[in-house]
Design a protein around this ligand. Structure first.
Ligand SMILES: Nc1ncnc2c1ncn2[C@@H]1O[C@H](COP(=O)(O)OP(=O)(O)OP(=O)(O)O)[C@@H](O)[C@H]1O
Ligand SMILES: [Mg+2]
Length: 265
């Protein structure tokens, strides 16, 4: 059984003028435990909408979402909220840390909703997690005193402190310079791998996307598999989206990618 399984998931919203905006038109995606998946796509193509559905923050308009074989649509509000806290860790572009609270308090916050040992040992667990992201000596610092990269490392520690099965990252390096972004992503990959968590990362950054094992492009409301950095291929930008083309294609040929990831000129 897969960890996550989306079948033909759509998401539409009714606009104030009563027009219907079809954001997602039929998403089919399977993610197994420990897999790293990347999704690229232009602004406004529905990447955050998809991530919110995956993380139980939003619901599909139609289609099916199975979480460990259980239909999410059948969960009560309470059960949904509980599974969200238990199973998912979120990392956002704008770190979303609580100002005026120390790094330790920020990382311990999700454990306020945990039970048993996780609740009682929350400060110790938070300190351990901060140590793992290299901030063991910054426990009492406020976020506003930390650099962007350090703040994102605190956010990663917060996302991982409950041992989620799935890490959902929405443009995790979007607010960082290239080098810092690369370091933060390497750290996220490494900790996800150590804990066996699946990682689904949305990004505009090709280097970030390439770190995953499977790559998709979200366009026209559907996911298209793409190949990044395969031998014998060069990566090109089609529109604003990085896409691979065979190395023997002329550089200026208009390449397209079909639903199987094959590139034709
Ligand atoms: N609740 C809503 N009501 C109306 N429109 C919405 C709603 N949610 C999303 N949209 C629209 O749906 C589209 C997809 O939004 P979404 O935030 O998922 O895009 P995105 O791919 O994450 O974009 P970006 O790369 O800029 O973050 C956008 O045009 C957005 O304005
Ligand atoms: Mg977005």
């Amino acid at each position: 059984m897969s960890l996550l399984e989306l079948t033909d998931v759509t998401r539409s919203v009714v606009l104030p003028d009563e027009r219907v905006l079809e954001i997602l038109r039929g998403i089919t995606l399977t993610v197994d435990a420990g897999e790293h998946v990347s999704i690229v796509g232009r602004s406004g193509t529905g990447k955050s909408t998809l991530l919110n559905i995956l993380g139980l923050l939003d619901s599909p308009t139609s289609g099916e979402y199975l979480l460990e074989g259980v239909s999410v649509a059948r969960l009560s509000q309470r059960k949904r909220a509980w599974r969200r806290g238990e199973d998912f860790g979120f990392v956002f572009q704008q770190f979303n840390l609580m100002p005026g609270r120390t790094a330790l308090e920020n990382v311990a916050a999700p454990l306020m909703y945990a039970r048993g040992r996780q609740f009682w040992k929350r400060r110790t667990l938070a300190a351990e997690m901060l140590d793992r992201v290299g901030l063991g000596d910054r426990l009492e610092d406020m976020p506003e005193k930390l650099s962007g990269g350090e703040q994102q490392r605190v956010a990663i520690a917060r996302a991982l402190v409950r041992g989620p099965r799935v890490i959902l990252a929405d443009e995790p390096t979007g607010a960082l310079d290239v080098d810092t972004g690369g370091e933060v992503m390497a750290l996220l990959d490494e900790i996800a791998a150590q804990t066996g968590a699946a990682l689904i990362a949305i990004t505009h950054d090709l280097a970030v996307a390439a770190r995953a094992q499977r790559h998709y492009r979200l366009a026209g409301g559907v996911l298209v598999p793409i190949v990044l950095n395969a031998p014998g291929r060069v990566t090109e930008w089609v529109g604003d989206v990085p896409t691979d083309v065979p190395a023997d294609l002329p550089a200026d040929s208009p390449a397209t990618v079909d639903e199987h990831g094959a590139v034709t000129a």
